[in-house]
Write a protein that binds this ligand. Sequence first.
Ligand code: SF4
Ligand code: SF4
Length: 75
Amino acid sequence: MALVINDDKCARCGVCEPECPSEAIMQTEDSYVINTTLCNECVRFGVPLCISVCPNDGIHETKESLYKQCLSLFS
Ligand code: SF4
Ligand code: SF4
């Protein structure tokens, strides 16, 4: 599971990249992307750090990650 960066909202400010404890956020030639293999949704912090620092609401949880959270409430 992982989060995704909405390219339409991302201002390419780079604030999220150094905040990621898993080094999952990378800058490409013209955008920022989240490596889905490395992102663990910041489970040990209780909140995705990248979402908390993004000034443009450019990072979102996927349907799959929300479904996983929902299941965990009932397990
Ligand atoms: S903090 Fe938000 S706007 Fe800035 S690069 Fe990351 S996703 Fe894009
Ligand atoms: S949720 Fe956490 S681990 Fe995943 S990209 Fe954001 S800061 Fe990195």
